[in-house]
Design a protein around this ligand. Structure first.
Ligand code: NAD
Ligand code: DAU
Length: 352
């Protein structure tokens, strides 16, 4: 008996694959559909352990293709959507803003329209859950935290495209009563993250004795959350979140980039049997990211108090697990490093 038909978009990506696995394994009575275009960031190898589960189906489609999306909604009659598909890397958004506008804004509107069309005005048991980022709030000074009522002030093409999609999702709630919920999360880390992002890029470079590029002086601050704790928060918000509400999700775990990389280097030295301090010699300061946001930090007290969510892992434990995963999944990493990613890497880092 299927209780729910849930469409998860972007399920072949980093966070999406953890959300898909959590839902497939925890809720055998839910039918989980993973819709993904398999861009450079989408990788079905992330899901080999559950690909044959009877409550799982993969649908290859592009959210910017309205006809394809409408057809899939009509065919499968999803009764909820957890929307993660997006272009997600700030540096790529600086190089190609239009792609981010298309995927993150147009793609989201296509999904909203498709849901609205099949649900008509019968919204009983329906939900459109939009996954967003803390970057929509802009950049903090030395103190303070982003709350759910912090005014939006996005600075990069990526964050402004996500901010725009958040506004449109809320507009569909206010204008058409579409049942929506939004969450804004801080930086995730963990297994399966594409190696263009700071931590997996540094792990990969340390392993291969390549320079670790640190933008500017490494003084920018991020709030890190283990990816499975984000997936658990999504589960809780999906089931218990209040329609029309927003929930911030964070790790209460702020690090400057340089301190974070030193911590990583210590772990890598130990795991690779190197002398203490050897990996840190690879740290190389490079030209800063344009418009680099200084500090992100999230106040998740609403989620903690109202929906009883807490991060489950200590940061040390999460980092050990993450490094351990990358070191024992060389094939996963090498498949990426040997493909088109090489060209991106040279363009992004040569002559920086
Ligand atoms: P990711 O880049 O690893 O994965 C994105 C997935 O979306 C990929 O599988 C890709 O193939 C798919 N996709 C991209 N364009 C598509 C399209 N046009 N049609 C269908 N699928 C498409 O991203 P991630 O880091 O897993 O982030 C997932 C979501 O969570 C994003 O919406 C992102 O904004 C948000 N988020 C990420 C973080 C983080 O730290 N990574 C933090 C907060 C919020
Ligand atoms: O805060 C949530 C966001 O976190 C998500 O919405 C984004 O999808 C996700 O990519 C992430 O954005 P960041 O820009 O914070 O992540 P990134 O890993 O690209 O960079 C983390 C920090 O490290 C940032 O201050 C830039 C810096 N950095 C990054 C790279 C790739 C470097 O110093 N060197 C690098 O090579």
């Amino acid at each position: 008996m299927t209780d729910k038909k849930i469409l998860i978009t972007g399920g072949a990506g980093f966070i999406g694959s953890h959300v898909v696995r959590l839902f497939v394994n925890t809720y055998p009575n839910y039918q989980i559909y993973n819709l993904d275009a398999l861009t450079y960031a989408g990788n079905l190898e992330n899901l080999t352990d559950i690909e044959n589960a009877s409550n799982y189906q993969f649908l290859k489609a592009d959210i910017t293709d309205a006809d394809a999306i409408n057809t899939l909604f009509e065919e499968h009659q999803f009764d909820s959507v957890i929307h993660l598909a997006a272009e997600s890397h700030v540096d790529r958004s600086i190089a190609d803003p239009l792609l981010f506008i298309k995927t993150n804004i147009l793609g989201t509107i296509n999904l909203l329209n498709a849901a609205k069309a099949i649900w008509k005005d019968n919204f009983e048991g329906k939900l459109f859950y939009h996954i967003s980022t803390d970057e929509v709030y802009g950049s903090l000074g030395d103190t303070g935290l982003f709350t759910e009522t912090t005014a939006y002030d996005p600075r990069s093409p990526y964050s402004s495209s996500k901010a725009s999609s958040d506004h449109i999702v809320r507009a569909y709630y206010h204008t058409y009563n579409l049942p929506v919920v939004v969450s804004n999360c801080s930086n995730n880390y963990g297994p399966n993250q594409f190696p263009e992002k700071l931590l997996p890029l540094a792990i990969s470079n340390i392993k291969n004795n390549k320079p670790i590029p640190i933008y500017g002086k490494g003084e920018n601050i991020r709030d890190w959350l283990f990816v499975l704790d984000h997936a658990r928060a999504i589960d809780v918000i999906y089931h218990k979140g209040k329609i029309g509400d927003t929930y911030n999700i964070g790790g209460v775990n702020e690090w400057t980039n340089i301190d974070l990389i030193h911590k990583l280097c210590e772990i890598m030295d130990r795991k690779l049997g190197r002398e203490n301090g050897e990996s840190a010699k690879l740290i190389t300061f490079v030209t800063d990211r344009a418009g680099h946001d200084k500090r992100y930090a999230i106040d998740s007290s609403k989620l903690m108090k109202e929906l009883d969510w807490q991060p489950s892992l200590q940061f040390e434990e999460g980092m050990e697990k993450t490094v351990g995963w990358y070191l024992s999944n060389e094939k996963w990493l090498n498949n990426i490093l040997s493909g088109d990613y090489e060209k991106y890497y040279s363009k992004q880092y040569d002559n920086r």
